[in-house]
Design a protein around this ligand. Structure first.
Ligand code: ZN
Ligand code: ZN
Ligand code: FE
Length: 743
């Protein structure tokens, strides 16, 4: 991968070992010719692997002996541009400790300079306009390096050798506050910090786009931000000045600490400490907080003066794509922010913050964007060039080439027209990066998805529809390089099934090319379709009517005070007459229903809210479970009925706490998974279970399921590198299409 400082590292190592020769990039990797004493050569070969810069992921080293030429000195040769066989565009990298030290040292010429970077850190993906990755092909092209910067750039022993975005106060990008540039960045930063301390909302241009920022302790500011952004309850991420501050507001374990400070520097979800001064409006109804640390010098310098925890949310309205152009920010964000902190280094590719968490000591990516994209994912097999268009929510798309898959950054929800335009723009750009001209296009089976329509509008030799939950399972199989048939457990909110119903509580016997639906939650009407997703109370009522008969209507009104009897009546009539009541086997909707039944969330303002709040409420025994029944359907698949559980919850509600009921509910779902998997193991002789779908973002559920499966001797797999939600869908689609087209 270019731009990670590998060649200068080799150069310095060769000099240290007293070797002659050269190093250069080729399309296939790095080629080194080294000549010298045998011991030194051996030492060099070992050190190349052991001491390589942390960003350089070495996959393979091959060495062969050639006759000495009697070369003198060691040189870095120009890249050979037969590149194109492999993606060579690096992701953006968190500010390294050396650059941070430069910025904080009063005697350094980059003291307080917010755009300091080097070969080991700084902007990459977001500023590269085309490959190869050289300065004229980046948005730094209009900044002419001053003699000092130029000297660093040309000196192979310098940390800034060939650092394409290299810059300093004399020659590089400048800050401006509300359009005013001060010769001293310090002054601008100081003023911006003052405004934030006063409770103002600032639009701040960062690496991959604009953030809207305010003091996270100031409830009034956070409330204003929510109103202006049109975001009622969805949690905001925060940026903490340093680890000390992160530890003050969250429980930070060792693995989360390394994730926070990693080159990717994602937002890390961690358990929030109780009774801190962080406003309850930052992440209402949630036990976790999403925290990131400063990842550019600008953030470091700003946070050094502001309140130590700032809300930092994408600069956009509701679910629109993140704003990244200056004009756009002045035009649109002017309404959101009281002030705008800008700079004049253009962002070419917008890229949101990534979100991750630690699970069982390992990082688990929830939203894959800045820091991770466009690093390819190894497939462990060769596939044709394919474009997989993804789903409509949390969209990403995927391009494959050779044995690699490149997943786009998180795009957002395509039902938004602006996001759809952005999608087309990014698609063109990444096809160029990857030099991909795919002849095969994979898409979701849902005919009305925007991503499907997009796929159908493009030119291709073959267009391959892939069932939603099959794509989920395969995306997780690919992560673990599994290809033999597995038991796939796909739990999510919505996905189009092969029978035209809305699936989402599915057990599949799946391999990479095909699947059979082996078990599922029994069907239930969704009164009002989409409306039932926004109003979980409707799902609860549907479940009550199924479990208790007509009596369910009165029980529902009694249990859920927010549900008016008029609405309950309307829902029952709707179900009785079959008006706009699609059938669903969705596990997400079951979580919604239970959340509403317990009075936790009856109206959902963002996707997954009811389920998240239900998880946050759970507190109770993991060994007690509610009753449920399993039966064989006509097609010999297993049908799971939770009617006994719904009846039990309705009956218990007045006597047990919602925390306890939620705890037992989670345990019951885990019990269902294990029970059904055990039956399928008997029938099919399969012992590997793959867990995917957005419901598994629920960490409590994931823990309970894994524990039970392992106790019963199953080998269970879950997502780490790729989101379990629809953000991972395109990877699965691509591989299914690859396998199908090979048959
Ligand atoms: Zn650096
Ligand atoms: Zn300079
Ligand atoms: Fe899904």
């Amino acid at each position: 991968m270019q731009g990670v400082g590998f060649r200068p590292f080799v150069y310095q190592l060769a000099r240290k070992c007293n070797l002659a020769g050269w190093v250069r990039n080729t399309g296939d990797g790095v080629l080194i010719e080294a000549e010298g004493n045998e011991d030194r050569l051996q030492q060099f070969l070992e050190s190349v692997q052991d001491e390589a810069p942390s960003l350089a992921a070495i996959t393979d080293v091959r060495a062969e002996t050639i006759s000495p030429f009697g070369s003198e000195g060691f040189h870095i040769q120009a890249s050979i541009s037969n590149a194109g066989t492999r993606p060579t565009v690096p992701p953006d990298v968190n500010t390294c400790s050396e650059c941070l030290a430069d910025v904080l040292a009063p005697d350094n010429r980059r003291y307080m300079y917010p755009f300091t970077n080097c070969t080991n850190c700084g902007p990459r993906f977001t500023i590269i306009q085309c490959i190869p990755y050289d300065r004229p092909n980046t948005t730094m092209r209009d900044f002419r390096m001053c003699p000092d910067c130029r000297a660093e750039y040309e000196d192979p022993s310098d940390r800034r050798f060939h650092a394409q975005p290299n810059a300093c106060r004399v020659c590089g990008p400048r800050l401006s506050l509300d359009g005013r540039i001060d010769a001293r960045d310090q002054e601008t930063l100081h003023k911006a910090a003052e405004l934030l301390s006063e409770g103002k909302i600032l639009a701040i241009k960062g690496l991959g786009g604009f953030h809207l920022a305010c003091d996270a302790r100031n409830t009034q500011s956070v409330r204003t931000l929510r109103e202006r952004k049109g975001r009622a309850g969805k949690p905001f991420a925060v940026m903490c000045a340093d680890l000390v501050e992160a530890r003050r507001i969250c429980f930070v374990d060792e693995a989360s600490e390394s994730l926070l400070t990693s080159p990717e520097a994602p937002v890390v979800l961690m358990p929030a400490k109780p009774d801190t001064d962080v406003s309850p409006l930052v992440a209402p109804g949630n036990r976790c907080l999403g925290v990131m640390l400063p990842y550019t010098p600008l953030h470091h310098l700003l946070l050094a003066e502001t309140p130590k925890t700032l809300v930092m949310t994408s600069g956009n309205f509701s679910e629109e794509p993140i704003a990244y152009r200056n004009e756009e920010a002045l035009d649109r964000l002017g309404h959101f922010g009281d002030h705008i902190l800008l700079h004049d280094r253009p962002i070419h590719m917008a890229c949101d913050d990534s979100v991750a968490r630690v699970f069982e000591g390992q990082p688990m990516v929830v939203r894959r964007a800045r820091g991770y994209v466009p690093r390819p994912i190894p497939l462990g097999m060769n596939v044709p060039e394919i474009l997989a268009c993804g789903g409509d929510l949390k969209n990403t798309f995927c391009l494959t080439k050779g044995n690699l898959a490149m997943l786009s950054q998180h795009m957002g929800d395509l039902e938004n027209a602006a996001t759809l335009r952005h999608y087309v723009h990014v698609l063109r750009h990444l096809q160029d990066f990857f030099d991909a001209r795919p002849k095969i296009i994979a898409h979701d089976m849902h005919p009305d998805y925007f991503s499907t329509k997009q796929a159908l509008s493009m030119d291709a030799q073959a267009k391959i529809p892939v069932q939603h939950h099959h794509a989920h399972i395969v995306s997780c199989m690919v992560e673990h390089q599994l290809s033999a048939p597995v038991i796939g457990v796909a739990f999510d909110g919505t996905g189009c099934g092969t029978d035209g119903c809305i699936w989402g509580g599915e057990f599949l016997i799946a391999d990479l090319a095909s699947f059979r639906r082996a078990a599922h939650l029994s069907y239930l009407p969704m009164p009002g379709g989409e409306m039932a997703i926004r109003k979980p109370g409707r799902m609860a009522l549907s479940y009550l009517l199924q479990a208790l008969g007509p009596r369910g209507e009165d029980v529902g009104v009694e249990l859920m005070p927010s549900l008016s009897s008029a609405e309950a009546y309307a829902v029952r009539t709707q179900i009785d007459r079959g008006l706009n009541t699609p059938l669903t086997s969705s596990m997400g909707r079951l979580f919604d229903a239970v959340s509403a039944l317990l009075g936790i969330c009856t109206e959902s303002t963002y996707e997954g809210q009811a389920a998240m709040e239900l998880e946050a409420a759970a507190f109770g025994p993991a060994d007690e479970v509610f009753d449920y029944t399993l039966s064989k359907a006509d097609d010999s698949s297993i049908e799971i009925s939770v009617q006994p559980m719904i009846a039990a919850i309705a009956e218990l509600k007045s006597r047990a706490t919602k925390e306890w009921i939620s705890g037992v509910f989670h345990a019951t779902v885990a019990d269902i998974v294990t029970e059904v998997c055990a039956l399928l193991r008997q029938e099919h002789g399969l012992n590997q279970v793959v867990l995917s779908g957005g419901v598994f973002q629920n960490i409590l559920l994931l823990q309970l399921v894994l524990k039970r499966l392992r106790d019963q001797g199953f080998e269970a797999f879950h997502h780490c590198q790729v989101p379990c939600n629809d953000g991972g869908l395109s990877l699965g689609q691509a591989v299914v299409a690859a396998r199908r087209s090979a048959i």
